[in-house]
Design a protein around this ligand. Structure first.
Ligand SMILES: NC(=O)c1ccc[n+]([C@@H]2O[C@H](COP(=O)([O-])OP(=O)(O)OC[C@H]3O[C@@H](n4cnc5c(N)ncnc54)[C@H](OP(=O)(O)O)[C@@H]3O)[C@@H](O)[C@H]2O)c1
Length: 338
């Protein structure tokens, strides 16, 4: 399939959009998610190119990516990604609303004072109302508590999620960055109220494998799906940094979360070896990194970020080759553990 080159003001989704994408069931639920989803953490702020952002989402949808992931504080500034998404939705995606799973979150610092952070009922309810206004939506499909709150009773946070579903402002709820034990407790509290913990959103990539230490097993037990964020380690697990630091890269343009200092020669040596394996498979390294996550059936979806439609296409094409030989997996394991 080629890039949808319609005039920018007239978007009509390509009719073949569901032909190639793979959809996986999200735990024990009625929801299927695309194997590859798109997140709006970066590249959708007010300083980013709006037309590029719009093209990224169109390309995603044209390739069957039905899940767009947001949060209250994505920007910069906070709220900007939801505002821009709302504009794009209005221009391009309103006819397709029922073909989309749109998520948002609250849990990190959002507004000043004691009610704009962590996990109180006050914060979650107010934040979701703000998110809906910014996006121009009546409801989100999934609303997440973005990170654990060590001080608010878990019962209060989960009751807020349950009530949000009862109010019809979210169809499903999830948690993000929760460790295994807390996830188990959260799922139980929700279940007692009659709400299912649909999904967990943890960081998971070849270089950060904490979820293998018990979380994935717990999610399977609960019948909760998993969507892996930062699957490319913010771009490190691509061929981008193999020959230095490109001007147009996250590490150079935006040092807030991906610092140049963390992309050491040791890391790059491993990336080179992984890239060799990817080349032998006829894949890009990004595709190898995504396929490696999807080999585990407990991973419902892999949540990528992209800075261009071209990267989006590269990533969705991962579904063309998802299988690994034992030899390949052993080689990858050896590199990762070296
Ligand atoms: N729940 C949470 O706490 C949490 C935290 C972080 C993220 N998330 C979610 O996860 C999403 C993805 O996170 P992320 O942006 O860190 O994901 P990522 O996929 O690991 O990194 C995205 C970056 O990788 C580079 N890239 C992507 N595809 C590429 C390709 N095919 N070839 C070369 N480079 C490629 C781009 O970097 P350049 O910009 O340098 O081109 C892109 O901006 C976020 O948007 C958000 O929805 C959630």
């Amino acid at each position: 399939m080629s890039f949808n080159n319609q005039a920018i003001e007239n978007y009509e989704a390509i009719s073949t959009r569901y032909d190639k994408m793979i959809y996986r069931r999200c735990g024990k639920s009625g929801i299927l998610l695309p194997a590859i989803s798109i997140g709006l953490w970066h590249n959708f702020g007010h300083d980013d190119d709006f037309t590029n952002a719009r093209k990224i989402l169109r390309t995603a949808f044209d390739y069957g990516v039905t899940h767009f992931d947001l949060a209250n504080n994505y920007g910069p500034p906070y709220g900007a990604a939801e505002e821009n998404f709302g504009r794009i939705l209005k221009k391009d995606f309103l006819p397709y609303r029922d073909e989309l799973i749109i998520s948002s979150k609250a849990g990190y610092d959002m507004w000043p004072g004691p009610y704009g952070d962590f996990g109180s009922r006050k914060y979650l309810m107010a934040s979701l109302n703000q998110s809906l206004t910014r996006m121009g939506l009546d409801y989100v499909d999934i609303f997440y508590h973005h990170r654990p709150d060590p001080e608010t009773p878990l019962e209060e946070t989960m009751k807020a999620l349950h009530d949000i579903v009862q109010q019809g402002k979210a169809l499903y709820v999830g948690v993000s960055n929760y460790p295994a034990k807390l996830t188990k407790q959260a799922a139980k509290i929700l279940q007692q109220m009659g709400t299912k913990l649909l999904i967990h959103q943890p960081r998971y990539n070849m270089m950060d494998r904490w979820v293998e230490g018990g979380l994935l097993k717990e999610l399977e037990t609960q019948g909760t799906g998993a969507i892996a964020f930062s699957p490319l380690a913010q771009g490190v697990l691509t061929n981008k940094y193999l020959k230095g630091f490109p001007k147009e890269s996250r590490a150079v343009k935006d040092g807030r979360y991906l610092q140049k200092g963390n992309i050491t020669q040791e890391v790059i040596n491993k990336v080179h070896q992984l890239n060799d394996i990817a080349e032998k498979r006829g894949q890009s390294l990004a595709q190898l990194a995504i396929a490696w996550l999807l080999k585990d059936k407990r991973i419902t979806s892999v949540l990528v970020g992209v800075s261009s439609p071209k990267q989006m296409i590269d990533n969705v094409r991962t579904v063309e080759n998802l299988s690994f030989s034992k030899t390949e997996l052993n080689k990858i394991e050896k590199i990762l553990k070296s």
